[in-house]
Ligand binder design. Structure first.
Ligand SMILES: N[C@@H](CCC(=O)N[C@@H](CS)C(=O)NCC(=O)O)C(=O)O
Length: 249
């Protein structure tokens, strides 16, 4: 990755590494073969709440794309923006109906899959968050502008999520696993039409979390087509490069 000067920095991505919402634009940039400045933030040091980053994201959230001094937020929106501005490697179907279908699939991840996975993933952070000094945590919480993020950290720095909340999230993730498995079971290679699209990228940002966090929902016996799709994704050269964008410490 070339080292670009701030002054002539064409593209930069602020992110937490190749997981979840940060993975969405990272993988899109790699699939398109675009050169970009890699601006990885350390969530455990709360770098996303530093004033320097707040000028890019007042909500203190990643990912954020900087392009020619303009900011683009929201992972799904960032990818559609990248596909508009850098269309040489198209990642959306040309057919309007398939494009609409693609957007239904990315919207579902943003509105249903991601919030449910966040509950299960964040709950696993309870041992880390509950060890943070209470006074420090109170200050951190007071400084968090996004209400949902603040509630999440409040919950995991205390007892973690209730049994009821965990059961609700698990139920939703079972629906997610069933939906994808049913869709792929017809023998399709990618999620929409015949080609790899932003829908595959979006689903791949969350999907590896399912066999890892809830293996009973997603495994070679219950969801074989999904596991085969995950393997196809892992075989893509751009996916193989994602590890280079992880924190080294
Ligand atoms: N809808 C947003 C969600 C962004 C989001 O939830 N980002 C998380 C990381 S995956 C974040 O910045 N969390 C801040 C925190 O947990 O303190 C998107 O798709 O970009």
């Amino acid at each position: 990755m070339g080292n670009l000067d701030e002054a002539d920095c064409m593209l930069a991505l602020y992110h937490f590494g190749p997981v979840a919402n940060s993975l969405t634009p990272l993988l899109c940039l790699l699939e398109k073969g675009l050169e970009f400045e890699n601006r990885i933030l350390d969530a455990r040091k709360w770098e996303h709440h530093e004033p320097a980053f707040r000028q890019y994201s007042p909500e203190g959230m990643v990912p954020v794309l900087l392009h020619d001094e303009r900011l683009v937020r929201e992972s799904t929106v960032i990818n559609e923006y990248l596909d508009d501005v850098f269309p040489e490697v198209p990642l959306r179907p040309a057919d309007p109906r398939e494009r609409a279908e693609m957007r239904v699939w990315t919207k579902y991840v943003d509105e249903y899959f991601c919030p449910a996975l966040t509950v299960i993933g964040a709950h696993r952070a309870t041992p880390f968050a509950s060890k943070i000094d209470k006074q420090e945590m109170a200050q951190r919480l007071a400084n968090m502008p996004n209400e949902e993020v603040r509630r999440k950290w409040e919950t995991v720095s205390n007892t973690g999520y209730s049994e009821e909340a965990l059961a609700d999230a698990t139920h939703k993730l079972a629906n997610v696993a069933a939906r994808l498995e049913q869709h792929l079971s017809g023998g399709r290679e990618w999620l929409i039409g015949d080609n790899y699209t932003l829908a595959d990228i979006k689903w791949y940002s969350m999907m590896p979390g399912l066999p890892r966090l809830l293996p009973e929902l997603c495994n070679t016996d219950t969801t074989p087509h999904t596991m085969a799709w995950l393997d196809r994704m892992a075989g893509r050269p751009a996916v193989a490069k994602l590890g280079q964008f992880a924190r080294k410490d």
